[in-house]
Design a protein around this ligand. Sequence first.
Ligand SMILES: [Zn+2]
Length: 367
Amino acid sequence: MRWQWKLGTFAGIDVFVHATFLLLIGWIGYSHWLQFGTIAKVAEGILFILALFLCVVLHEYGHALTARRYGIKTRDITLYPIGGVARLERMPDKPIEELWVALMGPAVNVVIAAVLFAYLFATNGLVPLTDLTVTSGSFLARLMAVNVSLVLFNLIPAFPMDGGRVLRALLAMRMDYVRATQIAANIGQGLAFLLGLFGLFNNPFLLFIAFFVWIGASQEASMVQMRNSISGIPVTHAMQTKFETLSPSDHLDRVVSLILAGSQQDFPVVQNGQFIGVLTRDDFIKALSQQGQNAPVADVIRRNVPSVDSHEMVESALIRLQESGAKTLPVMHRGQFVGLVTSENITEFLMIRSALRAAGAVPNPMV
Ligand SMILES: [Zn+2]
């Protein structure tokens, strides 16, 4: 179980809410009950949190729809108690595109705050900021204040906040991407350290945020280093060429013996030398428990698997693995099936390469 429920699909993107979000709702309801003791106040408190998270969802759509303009799909948007996450299939390569994708999230909150400000101004509903607290002040005035703080928080120049991406994009316009990421990550960790130090003496919640920022910064830096270390290497160097294949007329019992005899997870299915699909381990286990070992492989094959050309770069193979969610992709050369590529494979390839490099055995970048 993924501990999340689908709220719906909007503009072609699935929106999920994580189970822990209910804890937040419960906590808000309970604390309002303790403070005011009326159902009306409890309902208002919960309504406020829902309105706030609607603003967060719109913020994520700001990222997702901008990314779509650059041809990048968004897998889904999930709401957590600490905020929303839009899972883009990949990050834009051009710094200017990353800049826009990062900025358009907070821009949505700027627009919401401005609209609320105009409305409150027109209706004489504006109050000095100092009169606002989390639980007092008019609903719309508090919603405006919260949108302003969302903008400020997200623009902190540290990964995984949008501000970290803005900073990296700006740096990447002047230097190479890896160096820009390293500098942005260092600045982010420096800020996280200061935030943690301040939190230690003032607000323990800030310690938690500092930790989250620290981890985000180091993850981003190592991901980009990995991407950099594989750029310029063709798939032929990192693909598997020794593996078992199945024929569509095989039965699952053959797969049972192959799995027990080796460590292969997914099996390519080949007919007369032509690749026709993959039998994944998960599909196999499911079919085995439902149909038994006499079921034909042909019934369980996953067809329409994306493939990689042997002359493509390892980087694009990794992107296709991520985008398709598949664990194994077939490698083709001039329409012929020549090998398999998996993310474990690529990781092993990189480990061997860096070990050989450390030993001084590989003067050139190819193994
Ligand atoms: Zn954002």
